[in-house]
Design a protein around this ligand. Structure first.
Ligand code: MG
Length: 202
C-alpha cells in the first residue's frame, strides 16, 4: 500500500507557514512503514526537536485505478478516516532551505497515524467537520468545505501519475493550527463528535 499526502490544501494553513496557495495539488508520499494504527503510542524521534501534529481527513482507496476521470473518482473510496501527518518541522525547514526532498521530515516510521474509518454514506463529503485535541484542548479545527482541491480532484490528479491501489491512503491536507508536541501529550481526533483515534506521544 502507498500513503499519499497533500500539502497546503487549506488556504489558512498555507498562510500560517508562510507558503503560497498552490495552483495544483502538492503531493508527497510516506512509505507503508509510516502507518501507525490501533491507537498505538507514538515514540518521539531522536532526530527532531520540533515535531508537529497535522490532523487530516484520510481517504482509503477501495479499488485499483489509473487516469481516473472526474465522473468516476467518487467510486474509488468508500470509507473516510482521520489521521495525523506527523512532521519534523525543524528537519523540514532545513530541507526546504536547501531545496532538498523532505521525506526524512515526513516519511519516518509511524509518522502517519490513522484511526478508524466511517462509511462514506454517513458523511457529506464537502462538509466534514473535524478537530484535534491535544490533551483536553482543541488545537485544530477544520471542515472539508475549505479544501482547495476536493477529494475527487485529488483522486484524478494523483491517478494520472501513480496507479492507485486498493488499500492506499490519501491524507487530504491539514487545516490551520499545526503545532508542536512533547512527550506525554495525548492527541485525540474527531469527525463531528465521533472519536476516530487517540495517540499518546512517548
Ligand atoms: Mg500534512
Amino acid at each position: 500500500m502507498k500513503i499519499f499526502c497533500i500539502g497546503r490544501n487549506y488556504a489558512k494553513h498555507a498562510e500560517e507557514l508562510g507558503n503560497s496557495v498552490p495552483t495544483k495539488p502538492l503531493v508527497f508520499m510516506k512509505p507503508p512503514t509510516a502507518a501507525l494504527r490501533d491507537n498505538k503510542p507514538f515514540y518521539y524521534p531522536e532526530f527532531s526537536e520540533d515535531l508537529h501534529y497535522e490532523v487530516e481527513v484520510v481517504l482509503k482507496i477501495c479499488k485499483n485505478g489509473k487516469h481516473i476521470q472526474p465522473a468516476f473518482a467518487d467510486a474509488y473510496f468508500q470509507e473516510i478516516g482521520l489521521g495525523i501527518d506527523f512532521t519534523a518541522r525543524d528537519v523540514q525547514a532545513r530541507c526546504k532551505e536547501k531545496g532538498h526532498p523532505w521525506e526524512i521530515a515526513k516519511g519516518f516510521d509511524h509518522s502517519a497515524v490513522v484511526g478508524k474509518f466511517l462509511p462514506k454514506e454517513d458523511l457529506v463529503m464537502n462538509d466534514i467537520g473535524f478537530h484535534l485535541k491535544k490533551n483536553s484542548e482543541t488545537v485544530q479545527e477544520g471542515n472539508t468545505r475549505d479544501l482547495i482541491f476536493d477529494f475527487n480532484t485529488l483522486i484524478c490528479y494523483i491517478s494520472k501519475i501513480f496507479t492507485l491501489q486498493k488499500g492506499d491512503y490519501i491524507y487530504t491536507g491539514t487545516p490551520a493550527g499545526v503545532g508542536p508536541v512533547v512527550r506525554g501529550d495525548v492527541l485525540t481526533g474527531f469527525i463531528g463528535t465521533e472519536q476516530m483515534f487517540d495517540c499518546e506521544v512517548k
